[in-house]
Write a protein of this length. Structure first.
Length: 293
């Protein structure tokens, strides 16, 4: 029952591997539960009460409301697909309520700490050190997602007008400008590739010493390693650098629509979270500066 839906997400909706894996895992867990508790069932035999039973079991196991929301979303998409294919007359998701989740403000690194990262932290004089430094630099200078950066190809970097063509979620393209300083860093890195024995591949921009593109886990651990040296924020991930990119733009007066385009958000709702961080910054300045604060 699951595979035709997964193929639909992959070939028609063109979702990312990460998103597809999430849908697959959610549905696999659901049908495992259904079979264990109620026996093998056809898709048309699954009712709302079965879905509620699964959701209740997850709540009993202290699964977060955010995770439960995602699983409900996966089921809604799956049963909507079954309706489209004529396998159902009515979706069992009717009447299934979604738990409310409070919005978390994006975690970001202070500008002074970012300055410390790129001016005072020493990166090893090795290919790995050069790769790690450029990895962090591009994350902060462009606000790219992890998957976008590790899959970034040399051909997507345009030195003629200092822009990068990024392939984002849903295979949507966007253009991100970059500074002359970053252009110089990338050119230095590319020249360094030519000196590596074995003639590493030139397809992907960031590579290991063997010329292979980086793994997601490698990039995540590299960011965590260096952020740990300059900040005490709890989360230290590539996404925190993306949040920092957006927050620093907003604090400097960038308009919301421009930040939305740079981040590749499909709607303003996601980008508006960064305005809250800007308001908090204004409150802080007011509190420290105004005589009546």
């Amino acid at each position: 029952m699951i595979q035709p839906f997964i193929d639909y997400l992959k070939f028609e909706k063109r979702y990312s591997e990460h998103t597809i894996r999430g849908y697959h895992d959610d549905l696999h867990q659901f049908f495992q539960y259904i079979e264990k508790e109620f026996g093998p069932l056809e898709v048309a035999e699954i009712s709302s009460s079965f879905v509620r039973s699964w959701l209740a079991s997850m709540k009993d196991n202290n699964l977060s409301s955010r995770s439960i929301r995602r699983k409900i979303s996966s089921l809604k998409s799956f049963f909507k697909f079954q309706l489209l294919k004529g396998n159902l007359q009515q979706t069992p998701m009717t009447g299934i309520s979604t738990p409310r989740v409070g919005k978390k403000l994006p975690v970001f690194v202070d500008q002074k700490d970012i300055q410390t990262l790129f001016t005072h932290i020493e990166f090893p004089d090795t290919w790995q050190g050069a790769t790690d430094r450029l990895l962090l630099t591009i994350f902060y200078h462009t606000g790219m997602r992890l998957s976008e950066l590790i899959n970034l190809k040399e051909s997507q970097v345009n030195f003629g007008n200092n822009t990068i063509k990024v392939l984002g979620k849903g295979n949507k393209e966007r253009i991100i400008p970059f500074s002359p300083g970053l252009a110089s860093d990338i050119k230095t890195y590319l020249r360094g590739k030519q000196d590596i024995p074995g003639n590493p591949g030139r397809e992907y921009l960031l590579t290991n010493e063997g010329g292979k593109k980086l793994y997601s886990k490698y990039a995540y651990l590299a960011v965590k390693k260096y952020l740990s040296q300059i900040t005490t924020v709890e989360k230290k991930s590539p996404h925190v650098l993306r949040h920092s990119f957006a927050t620093h733009l907003m604090n400097a007066g960038a308009d919301l629509n421009s930040v939305k385009e740079l981040l590749g958000h499909s709607s303003l709702a996601a980008t508006q979270l960064y305005t809250h961080n800007s308001i908090e910054k204004l409150k802080e300045v007011f509190k420290k500066s105004h005589p009546k604060a």
